[in-house]
Design a protein around this ligand. Sequence first.
Ligand code: OSB
Ligand code: MG
Length: 370
Amino acid sequence: MQPESVVLYHVRMPLQHAFVTSTGGRQERDAIIVEVRDRDGFIGWGECVAGWEPRYSEETVHTAWSVLERFLIPILLERTWKHPRDFARAVAWVRGHPMAKAGLEMALWDLYGKHRNQSLKDLLGGVRNRVPVGVSIGIQPTPEDLVKRVAHFVEQGYRRIKIKIRPGRDLGDVQAVRRAFPDLPLQVDANAAYTLETARERLRALDDYNLLLIEQPLAHDDLWDHRALQRELRTPLCLDESIRHPRAARQALEMGACRIINIKQGRVGGLSEAVAIHDVARERGAPVWCGGMLETGIGRAANLALASLPGFTLPGDISATERYYARDITHQRFTLNEDGTITVPQGPGLGIQVDREALAHYTRFAQRWP
Ligand code: OSB
Ligand code: MG
């Protein structure tokens, strides 16, 4: 593959529902869409999941744009690439900025698949054509509102529900949902809102509610305190923010900081690294599942392919398009199958077509290199 030009699009898309977590809420979602054109006339698409504000991690649309422009795009354009993994290796010296790297790497995977006429699922070693999925529900105004939202998605057929929690909106919310749905596969995500002390006070009580897991209760960069907390809980801890590379995954599992890992290709620097973390967990018998960042159809296609790998044994945060966007930027709209799965795209690369009219509609700023 010989990339010839790159276009970045900063998009802002209205969400169907405000998404509120312990770190704040948003009514819209920002992202950078990446378009790479190569000498053979193929086009590869990628999605950089950095958001508007540095709440989930340090990265934002603007830090990612800057690193892409100054460092990553020049590296991409300077040579030919046999495999997307070679690009991941070539940018490894750039410290941090995993979402920026992942957005560009995704476009290379799409190109690679189109050259070889193979789907991303097959390229990554996927083993399933449909993947079980769940919904991640933001903090609602009241627990009663939450129960209504949960009921709505349960009726649609989702396999499990994840609810966001924060100190003060934890036990009561879980109790309300459990009362209404005693057997529902249910998990919670705190997005790093607790300290070891507040977690001991408030989260130990959750052990009695048969949760699948508690996601990222403590600080975004912590492993050690999670280890202490996990020793005091029966419910498995799952790490999201804290797992940024395969080494952190290995260490977290070795020390017992968690028993389950949420894998997001953006958080870990791309699909190559995401597969490496999957392999680390699989060697140790730890389940993984595919997290989400409210992706457009582009990133959603990548997540579905990733979630088709054999170690992804828990339902992913990969919901139907209509749960996120009234109008998406891909022609494909992903829908929920009757068995609570979403079908993995089968076409070459990501297997999606971009709706250029919709992309232009949501674009706030675009730039082309060279
Ligand atoms: O912590 O998993 C998270 C969205 C943005 C930032 C962080 C998280 C999330 C989600 C959304 O939970 C999951 C989805 O894309 O459906
Ligand atoms: Mg999370």
